[in-house]
Design a protein around this ligand. Structure first.
Ligand code: TEU
Ligand code: CA
Length: 556
């Protein structure tokens, strides 16, 4: 066992698990997942070996955007439980060595938040200045032509006031004005209130937007972003053993260290989305995805490994609640479902950084199939369908986009067993359960010693136990290879070589010199291998990792 005497932050050896509470486990038959349901399933997570949970929002919310519209930061939504339930979750998870990292949505709140109600009721109330108000444009319309992420203008008129407020997302999600020091102080106080309750940190929703300058149409990575993050660190994170991960769709390898460089005192890591947006259509975006292309995918991931080689830290993921299921997007959700789920896990989990598993990923859950807009639950799909329809687009074309990339794919309920509704609820689920739950479910997967869960459990354990996995240097190999993803990790004279065939066809792969190794099989989804050299015949979606002497400072 390596790693002794190495003093590193806990989250550098841990794997995160994202829970989307609405779809994880219902405990009372109302069809909506809840906190008692999560508590009842903690043993599944403990058995996987994850070190922390990223919990999507459970705060009080009208659920316009499924909780990303918060009406009370210090209350739990009754659909999810009570503050007592939340405290119990923190304790019960802690007893299993799992910390709870809460989703913090502070770029905006809900239009039902007390602050916004006061802001509208009385323009001289201090809360009025917690939001971004502008007079109508010269033509009486919105002040600028900014568009909301969910369709429609990003400005909504409050007729009683004769002024518009800004919302990057839905009208029910007014942006908070971070220029206002009182607003910032109120947010910091709330964050400390949660941290003092014993949570493990925060995932900060669209945090790259808080420094915006809407008058100049600058939204992401605006001029005040980093001063605000530094101030937040001083006010809430300094001296605490927390994990902070920012969601930053706009971060680039050039700006990443501004957030998470070691001398920055801002965040521990950021989610970057280059491997996601690389497959969005240049004009039509996510609704018209480009076909998967392995060299493009590798280039994005490898670029980030290089960029944060000596400083900063990567957050590694393929899935979350906004993205399609990874086995459908990047693997094969038919014949090779199980093997390709393991191949993708191997490819991601042996990189340098902190991996995040999205609920259901660990059993290879797939996208679902929408045939009717009535089945959409996501405001994004609903909003964009309304716009597409107004433009005269065909439903069939829109459905193709939604089935490939719609957010509801990730939000269908967790499939626990072959019971009705996959064991998620005894009632009527708030969103349709994927009909394939009869075959794809936790109970069935766990019954197989070669199941996807077993593969994840092993990968998660490797990060905890092997320093070469958590801290080895990354070395890219065979970058242009159209079928194989290969890289090495090197530390203290040892080399870990990772080879993944990300195609449904067998391939013969010539091992480059720097990838050669002979030693111990650490992970395999076909048969264990102990030698990486010469020309290897790889089976469809075969993935393996071998560790032995080699590497920078080694004899090999
Ligand atoms: O997502 C940020 C965001 O911009 C997404 O809406 C993303 O752009 C979209 O999926 C791409 O089509 C965060 C949350 O993760 C998301 O669930 C929220 O809806 C959003 O912020 C607003 O809070
Ligand atoms: Ca419930």
């Amino acid at each position: 066992m390596t790693g002794a005497g190495q003093d590193v932050p806990w989250w550098q050896k841990a794997v995160g698990y994202q829970i989307y509470p609405r779809s994880f486990q219902d405990s009372n038959g109302d069809g909506i997942g809840d906190i008692p349901g999560i508590i009842a399933r903690l043993d599944h997570l403990a058995d996987l070996g994850v070190g922390f949970v990223w919990l999507s929002p459970v705060y009080a919310s009208p659920q316009v955007d499924m909780g990303y519209d918060i009406s009370d930061y210090r209350a739990i939504d009754p659909a999810y439980g009570t503050l007592d339930d939340m405290d119990r979750l923190i304790v019960e998870a802690g007893a299993r060595g799992i910390r709870i990292v809460m989703d913090l949505v502070v770029n905006h709140c809900s239009d039902r938040h007390d602050w916004f109600l006061k802001a509208v009721a009385d323009p001289s109330a201090p809360e009025h200045d917690y939001f971004i108000w502008r007079d109508p444009g010269p033509d009486g319309g919105p002040p600028t032509d900014a568009r909301s992420v969910f369709g429609g203008p990003a400005w909504t008129l409050v007729p009683e006031l004769g002024r518009y407020y800004f919302h990057q997302f839905a009208p029910g999600q007014p942006d908070l004005d971070w220029q206002n020091p009182d607003l910032r102080a109120a947010i910091h106080e709330m964050m400390n209130w949660w941290l003092d309750r014993g949570i493990g940190g925060f995932r900060l929703d669209v945090i790259d937007l808080i420094g915006k300058d809407p008058d100049a149409s600058v939204f992401a990575e605006g001029p005040d972003l980093h001063p605000f993050l530094r101030e937040m660190h001083d006010a809430a994170f300094r001296g605490r053993d927390t994990l902070t991960v920012g969601e930053t769709w706009s971060v680039t390898p050039e700006t990443a260290l501004l957030y998470c460089g070691r001398d920055r005192d801002e965040l521990d890591m950021v989610f970057q989305f280059e491997h996601v947006t690389a497959f969005h259509h240049p004009e039509r975006g996510k609704w018209d995805p480009l076909p998967f292309d392995l060299p493009v995918f590798k280039r994005a991931l490898f670029l980030w490994q290089e960029a944060l080689r000596d400083d900063g830290w990567n957050a590694l993921f393929l899935s979350n609640h906004d993205l399609p299921r990874q086995v459908s997007r990047y693997g094969d959700d038919g014949e090779w479902r199980v093997r390709s789920a393991k191949a993708l896990a191997t490819a991601i989990h042996l990189l340098r950084g902190t991996p995040f598993v999205y609920q259901g990923e660990e059993i290879g859950m797939t996208n679902t199939r929408f045939t009717d807009p009535d089945e959409f639950r996501d405001i994004e799909a609903i909003g964009h369908w309304a716009e597409a329809r107004a433009r005269g687009e065909e439903l069939e074309d829109f459905l193709t986009g939604v089935n490939a990339n719609g957010r509801d794919n990730a939000r269908t309920p967790m499939q626990w067993s072959d019971a009705p509704n996959g064991g998620f609820t005894t009632g009527r689920p708030w969103i349709g359960v994927n009909p394939n739950h009869a075959e794809i479910n936790v109970a069935a997967d766990r019954a197989d010693p070669d199941g996807v869960v077993a593969h994840y459990r092993r990968l998660i354990g490797l990060r905890r136990d092997r320093r070469i996995v958590s801290h080895g240097q990354f070395v890219a190999h065979a970058e242009g290879h159209p079928q194989v993803m290969a890289y090495a990790r090197e530390l203290d004279g040892e080399r870990l070589s990772v080879v993944v065939n990300l195609c449904a066809q067998p391939v013969s792969f010539r091992v480059p010199k720097g990838l050669e190794v002979e030693g111990e099989s650490l992970s395999a989804n076909v048969t264990p291998r102990t030698q990486v050299r010469g020309t290897l015949g790889l089976a469809p979606y075969e993935a393996f990792a071998v560790m032995g002497p080699g590497g920078e400072s080694g004899p090999g």
